[in-house]
Write a protein that binds this ligand. Structure first.
Ligand code: TXA
Ligand code: MG
Length: 308
């Protein structure tokens, strides 16, 4: 493994690795991804193996923008186009009917594909240089915290890839919002970097409720996920001697004061949980953020991180 600064040369080399069936770690604005050619069955299998990911959990496919959506999606409604025009490149993944050229391994046998255009210059340059859509799950071992910097890529993953492109810290810091168009009303399968309110305001209709079979539709929605190794306990307020993340004035040196703005909180969350994880604590505590809509994705991740 080697962490490389992105230059024309290293991006061209990463693209060659991808075109010849290999896997590299690339930065995106949300989290770092483990990227390969989405159209190459054996490369996709490698990604599942490196991550130790269950085969039933489909990958997100990354394209440069709306103009490339037709490479992987067979069709899409006007609403999807409107959203892509407004929010791509950005942290919005849309689940649409797949094109037959996509191997079933990429979509875990589903008739749909999850697709997004990442808002990071290195990811964009890599997609263009590779000339193929890139399948890229978050670059963490299954169920663990996603990396939000090149240094945070797990050693197990780092060791398994020839190159990690260092694109700096991820600005969004939480995975993309996954929006499903495969039933009558679009609905959010995974809250994420793009707030639901912005989606709703753009399409002008309320989003549907996630149907009860959403676990089947988005097999990635495991109860315990995005979790550090240390047990996480959610509390209304940290006690004086507890280590953890707080929104109140810290009472000891192991309490990390988190930003009170939800976007800034999101971009710091995984790296702060990692810091606590290396502190050899039996448990770490997280003060619950406000229960208002702009904290939805953060509540989702904290809920999963603290699930046992
Ligand atoms: O921000 C992100 O989305 C990052 C960066 C690297 O782009 N990627 C990411 O990928 O979070 P991953 O594999 O960790 O999560 C993909 C999620 C899973 O919950 C998966 O089940 C869901 O997307 N998904 C993928 N394809 C799907 C499909 N066809 N239908 C429903 N859900 C799908
Ligand atoms: Mg993931």
């Amino acid at each position: 493994m080697s962490i490389m600064q992105p230059t024309e040369d290293t991006i061209r080399r990463a693209a060659e690795i991808i075109r010849s069936g290999g896997v590299v770690v690339m930065p995106t604005e949300t989290v770092y991804g483990l990227a390969c050619n989405a159209l190459d069955v054996s490369a996709v299998r490698k990604v599942f193996e490196i991550k130790n990911r269950p085969a039933g959990n489909p990958l997100i496919v990354h394209v440069a923008g709306l103009e490339s959506l037709g490479l992987v999606a067979a069709s899409w409604p006007a609403m999807a186009e409107k959203l892509a025009l407004r929010f791509w490149p950005g942290p919005l993944t849309m689940v649409l009917p797949r094109r037959d050229c996509l191997p079933l391994e990429t979509t875990a046998g589903l008739s749909t594909v999850a697709v997004r255009a990442p808002d990071h210059p290195v990811a964009q340059a890599l997609i263009k240089a590779a000339g193929v859509p890139l399948a890229a799950p978050s670059a963490n071992p299954f169920s663990e915290l996603s990396p939000t910097s090149a240094d945070d890529v797990d050693p197990q993953i780092a060791q398994a890839v020839p190159m990690i492109l260092d694109g700096g810290p991820c600005v969004v810091g939480l995975e993309s919002t996954v929006l499903d168009f495969s039933s009558d009303m679009p609905h959010v399968l995974r809250p994420g970097g793009l707030p639901r309110s912005l989606i709703q305001a753009t399409i002008g209709v309320p989003l549907g409720e996630s149907p009860p079979d959403s676990v089947r539709r988005s097999p990635g929605q495991y109860q315990r996920h995005y979790a550090p190794k240390t047990r996480v306990v959610l509390v209304d307020r940290l006690a004086e001697d507890q280590p953890g993340l707080t929104l109140a004035p810290p009472a000891n040196e192991n309490q990390i004061l988190m930003p009170s703005d939800p976007s800034r909180y999101a971009s710091a969350l995984y790296s702060c949980l990692r810091r606590l994880d290396s502190g050899q604590f039996d448990e770490v505590y997280v003060m619950r953020p406000p229960l208002t809509p702009e904290w939805e994705a953060i509540h989702d991740r904290l809920g999963k991180a603290s699930s046992v």
